[in-house]
Design a protein around this ligand. Structure first.
Ligand SMILES: [Zn+2]
Length: 467
């Protein structure tokens, strides 16, 4: 997508947004008290939306992160630079209590890598080693390929797997269904004696683009090297073996772990004017994979949630409770940032009113996923009517995120995700193509507006959400 001139496009949008927030909400249960409390939020919601969509500030900020720092794998100097940059920018925004909270993170290093068909023809494949994989010996690992489409097919052909390189070639349906071949495939193959594993990239067919992502070894099998290959290469292996060709692949990977290193979650706040100890958290993860620029996953989520606070500050809106932005470290290959927050904030988890994570891209927002009590959900649905003008008023069941998960679970805290049009997300997910040009500045501004309105109103409710 092209970046568009902010002003020409956003002014009609702003008018549309203001028209809609001025309309009566579709009353959920028709009580007049509900309408009354919501009425008090129409004006600030309109201002937050207007401020967000009248500039391309969020997109510009993300472009600075992704152009001048780039991708940010845990334990890299790039992630350290991103953390320093976020701290100084948050201070420049005038946020309060800007700080880092120390987290020890794993340092996995990819190194050089390749996967080549060497028989019956030479053919270098488009590949990316899987995160947390072990490497190969310097000369690589060589073996005949066994291609299977499912775990069931591997079980049926288990006697053929010994000494071979198993390739899982399951076409992408949705992430949840196909990611298991990436995460559990290496150990399933190893349990039958395979020497390495290849997986068809977890994503819709792209233009010969491999997708990385983490694997999870089980403890009871040997750890074999594993890599993702582009769908085109997986299909080629499939066709050749279906014809009865003996296909030999040579996999070379320098992947290894180095000792854990220090990293941090970044935190900034707008302190509440009446109940500063009660907290609404909005968040994204600052780390990314080591390919592409970490724009969609999840630099965009960091910036739009952080925007919620910047917009409140810019408009001098201070809600009753504290709004806290958290930029998590190490979501992609360890989840240590979310675990550390739970441990470091254990004594105040009961004071957390809501935790939101944006980690599904910052495309056209549709609303929110929500997990919590029915009563809280009803309130959230009512607040979301303020976002009808930008199309972000749907509230679906089940909201959360990998980083807020540990705190949400332990503290029984309502969890929320920002929901967006997901049609493009998995095309670029964990690839070299995760760059900012895939993100539209106007759609991104609407994401920021949606998070800002939801966070502001929940933080300002006369009674705590759910009560
Ligand atoms: Zn992510």
């Amino acid at each position: 997508m092209m970046q568009r001139a902010g002003v020409t496009l956003t002014l009609p949008l702003l008018a549309l947004a203001l028209t809609h927030v001025a309309a009566q909400p579709p009353h959920a249960n028709g009580t007049s008290s509900r309408t009354t409390w919501l009425d008090a939020y129409r004006e600030p919601a309109g201002r937050l939306i207007g401020e967000a969509v009248s500039s391309t500030f969020a997109w510009q900020r993300l472009s600075v992160l992704t152009d001048t720092i780039g991708n940010r794998l845990s334990g890299t100097p790039a992630l350290d630079r991103a953390i320093e940059w976020a701290v100084s920018e948050m201070k420049r925004d005038g946020l309060e209590n800007v700080r880092t909270e120390r987290v020890m993170v794993p340092r996995w290093v990819r190194g050089a890598e390749s996967a080549d068909v060497v028989e019956p023809v030479k053919h270098p494949m488009a590949m990316l080693g899987l995160g947390n994989s072990v490497g190969t010996a310097r000369e690589g690992v060589r073996g005949e390929v066994l291609v299977v489409r499912s775990f069931e097919e591997l079980d049926a052909k288990s006697t053929l797997a010994r000494g071979r390189i198993v390739c899982f070639n399951a076409p992408f349906t949705n992430y949840g269904e196909t990611v298991r071949f990436r995460s559990a495939g290496p150990s399933r193959a190893a349990s039958y004696g395979a020497v390495a594993m290849l997986v068809r990239s977890v994503g819709p067919d792209g233009l010969r683009t491999p997708h990385t992502g983490a694997l999870q070894y089980s403890n009871d099998t040997s750890r074999i090297p594993a890599a993702a290959i582009a769908s085109e290469d997986a299909d080629r292996l499939q066709r050749m073996t279906d014809r009865g060709d003996r296909v030999v692949v040579q996999l070379r990977m320098e992947a290894h772990f180095e000792p854990d290193v220090e990293s941090a979650n970044v935190i900034g706040e707008i302190r509440g004017r009446e109940k500063p100890d009660e907290v609404v958290v909005v968040s994204g993860h600052l780390d990314s994979w080591d390919v592409g620029a970490g724009a969609t996953d999840d630099g965009g989520g960091c910036v739009v949630t952080w925007e919620a606070l910047r917009l409140m500050k810019a408009l001098n809106l201070r809600p009753r409770r504290t709004v806290r932005v958290v930029l998590w470290t190490n979501e992609e290959n360890g989840g240590r940032g979310g675990l550390a927050y739970r441990d470091q904030h254990r004594s105040e988890l009961s004071q957390h009113v809501l935790m939101l994570e944006s980690d599904g891209g910052v495309f056209r927002p549709t609303g929110f996923g929500f997990s919590g009590s029915d009563r809280a959900r009803e309130t959230v649905r009512t607040i979301a009517t303020l976002l009808a003008g930008i199309g972000a008023n749907q509230v679906t069941t089940g909201g959360g995120g990998a980083d807020i998960g540990p705190s949400v679970q332990e503290g029984h805290i309502p969890g929320m995700s920002l929901d967006v049009d997901g049609s493009k997300y998995f095309l670029i997910h964990h690839t070299q193509a995760d760059t900012i040009d895939k993100i539209d500045p106007v759609e991104m501004a609407k994401c920021a507006a949606a998070v800002a309105v939801m966070a502001y109103v929940v933080a300002d409710l006369p009674r705590r959400l759910g009560e």
